[in-house]
Design a binder for this molecule. Structure first.
Ligand code: C5P
Length: 299
């Protein structure tokens, strides 16, 4: 009934840049974005045997069929033509907040694809996994790659980039999330805002990795988000005052992050900002080169 668990690490991401190029007919938006994996992780364990069940330590995270982890398992079983596949007990340990623009659910889903492919002994190539990932959500394919990568289309067409480099970050996680879908629809109501329809694709003439030139780091969603959640704009300003070389909204928020010259500077800034943003979680983090990966693939 029970065997050794398979364990996967599911990193968060930030967007180093995010341009909204246009609205597509299906309501999605064409993006040009640069993802960066960071060392804030969820952990997903799969213990073979029994019925397919998910438990999670974070209140408010659904553990029914709605959870992306179980949707990933179902999609994979369907794709592989498995009618009654062997079950498993799944345990999800959350560190990445929901609706934070950090891709937590998407990273968990990418990890689930890798874990179940092992559990069911499926030999899938990366292209097949990517096409399944894309069906689970626009951010999921990035986590199959990790590190630094450019996303085009809906953000789901991934091209790995040379690593952005080891960077020290401060993340500000407010006590509320920003619902991505709703945010994008608000963007559609404000077609006059700079950003949509006028943004140029990233990277024209840009040298990569850009060393200490952070001019490419723009996020077109900031205009709408900072308007509607001014506290996030205030945190961005506070990061800059605390010495960040650059500060930006991640994805559609609610996380705002800053890049610092060293871990010491990042720690100092986080200590300095914490008291003024008492209901927030202000933490340090680092960029990493990995994506969602299985840690114990003994077969
Ligand atoms: O793909 P995912 O489920 O993560 O996207 C959440 C929502 O964000 C979508 O339902 C859509 O409203 C919006 N979105 C968008 N354009 C994208 C990605 C997401 O409009 N490229």
């Amino acid at each position: 009934m029970s065997g050794e668990p398979l364990v996967a690490r599911c990193p968060a991401k930030i967007n180093l840049a995010l341009r909204v190029l246009r609205r597509l007919d299906d309501g999605y938006h064409e993006l040009d974005t640069v993802f960066q994996a960071i060392d804030l992780h969820d952990r997903l364990e799969l213990r073979p045997g029994g019925d397919l069940l998910l438990e999670c330590d974070a209140p408010g995270v659904p553990t029914d069929g709605e959870n992306l982890v179980l949707r990933a398992a179902r999609l994979l079983a369907e794709h592989a033509g498995l009618v009654d596949p062997p079950g498993a007990a799944l345990r999800l340990v959350k560190q990445i907040p929901a609706q934070g623009g950090l891709g937590g659910g998407s990273s968990d889903a990418a990890a689930a694809l890798r874990l179940f492919a092992l559990h069911w002994d499926l030999r899938l190539d990366e292209a097949e996994l990517h096409s399944l990932a894309r069906r689970l959500g626009a951010d999921v394919p990035f986590f199959l790659v990790g590190g630094t990568a450019r996303g085009s289309g809906r953000g789901d067409r991934i091209e790995a980039l040379p690593h952005f480099g080891e960077r020290s970050l401060v993340l500000g996680l407010p006590p509320f999330g920003v619902p991505t879908g709703e945010l994008f629809s608000r963007l559609a109501d404000r077609l006059t805002l700079p950003g949509i329809g006028v943004s140029l694709p990233l990277f024209s003439g840009l040298k990569w990795p850009p060393e200490n030139d952070f001019g490419f780091m723009v996020n077109d969603l900031e205009a709408v988000v900072f308007d509607d959640w001014p506290e996030l704009g205030r945190f961005r300003d506070a990061l800059l005052e605390a010495g960040a070389a650059k500060a930006l909204l991640s994805g559609s928020g609610s996380t705002v992050y800053g890049i610092f010259d060293s871990e010491d500077r990042a720690r100092e800034a986080s200590n300095r900002l914490s008291p003024s943003f008492a209901s927030w979680s202000v933490v340090t983090a680092n960029t990493i080169e990995q994506g969602a990966e299985v840690l114990t693939p003994d077969r």
